[in-house]
Write a protein that binds this ligand. Structure first.
Ligand SMILES: [Mg+2]
Length: 187
């Protein structure tokens, strides 16, 4: 079986875009795509440790109609090739248009799909995301440890208490997370 590092995409691999009204958007074209610092190096470390690197993301922009499925595929193909990501899975639904699906995070559907496709041992795998819903996804799937990428600010700690969702670690970038995983694996 394979061990995996599951990565959320927007805000972990690439920069988040903001609309004028402050709403969060995913890049809709290759031109809008900007890979975050230390992503390349972090992914290389995961691969050197023998992990499959798998991106799982909600891309409701497809359901909302601002993200074309061909563009999503183009962006993901580019990221896979450029960064050596093994597989990318996305939920393209939104409850408003599609009703309930089984893949929209924090449901574990995308992780379970990857498990079937790539023979993943979930209990020996890790989840990394910038949102608490990513952390909840990892918990729902039963991963070994969860990481929130970012800094631990007071407002985020309050949100964690309110939602009762706690990542095992909060660290600023993928390189530091890779080093922490190495430490955990060597214990
Ligand atoms: Mg995100």
């Amino acid at each position: 079986m394979n061990r995996a590092v599951f990565l959320d995409r927007d805000g972990v691999i690439n920069e988040i875009l903001y609309e004028v009204d402050g709403n969060i958007m995913a890049p809709a074209t290759l031109e809008q795509l900007k890979i975050l610092p230390n992503v390349r190096e972090g992914i290389k470390k995961f691969k050197d440790m023998g992990f499959k690197v798998i991106s799982i993301s909600n891309q409701p922009g497809v359901a909302f109609g601002y993200l074309r499925i061909e563009k999503l595929k183009e962006i993901n193909d580019y990221l896979k090739k450029e960064l050596g990501i093994d597989a990318m899975y996305e939920c393209i639904h939104h409850p408003k248009y599609d009703g309930e699906c089984n893949c929209r995070k924090p449901k574990p559907g995308l992780i379970l799909q990857a498990q079937r496709d790539l023979d993943i041992d979930i209990e020996e795998s890790y989840m990394i995301g910038d949102n608490l819903s990513d952390i909840q996804t990892g918990i729902n799937a039963g991963v070994k440890k969860t990481f929130r990428i970012g800094i631990l600010r007071e407002d985020i700690m309050e949100l964690q208490h309110k939602k009762q969702i706690y990542p095992d670690y909060t660290l600023p970038d993928l390189v530091q997370i890779a080093d922490k995983i190495k430490e955990i694996e060597n214990k």
